[in-house]
Design a protein around this ligand. Sequence first.
Ligand SMILES: [Zn+2]
Length: 103
Amino acid sequence: MKQVMKVDLLCNTCNEETPHTITYNDNIIEQIVCDCCHYGIVVDVEKIKQNAGTDLVKRVVTKPARMTEEIKKDLGLFLKSMPVRILSKPYRMMTEHKKGHEE
Ligand SMILES: [Zn+2]
């Protein structure tokens, strides 16, 4: 099930805080797109699981019950700190994304 959330985040391209659309697929973060410049990233959850066991990632990948300032801060950090290799070009990963591919 897909759900979207609107959050103001710092966009690296716009260089200011802009509205972002975050898409969650089965409560796992899938993509983050800036509403202004439409620069977006698709999150490769498989690689996140492999590469990062940090609390930040754990907090960010799962859809929160409601968006708090703390989560917004985490998302901003996440966007800035994630290595490029775990972010993929839009759309390709979405079609390749398979469910139930744990471990
Ligand atoms: Zn932007």
